[in-house]
Design a protein. Structure first.
Length: 94
């Protein structure tokens, strides 16, 4: 899976965003965060994506000071317009 790296400057200084988040770094962050939940793990993302309907859209944020955090996300794989309407709220969301 190819990744995308975006760099920008904001209120926290320069921030680098990598998408999808590299698994090794994500696991390291998860291990040291005592408040991390199972649904924030790469394994949870893998479970959500296992049927092929979703793909990993997680993002790794890194500051120039060395702070790192991961935003776990998935996105639906592209489907035809007709199927997208059927699976959206309110039609498919009930």
């Amino acid at each position: 899976m190819g990744g995308e790296i975006i760099e920008f400057s904001g209120g926290l200084g320069p921030i680098r965003i990598t998408n999808p988040a590299p698994r090794e770094i994500w696991e390291q962050i998860l291990i040291i965060d005592e408040n991390a939940q199972i649904f924030q793990s790469p394994a949870w993302t893998d479970m959500l994506c296992a049927d092929g309907g979703c793909e990993d859209a997680s993002q790794l944020f890194e500051t120039s000071e060395g702070h790192r955090w991961v935003l776990p996300m998935v996105r639906r794989r592209i489907v035809s317009d007709r199927l997208a309407v059927q699976s959206s709220i309110p039609n498919g969301g009930a």
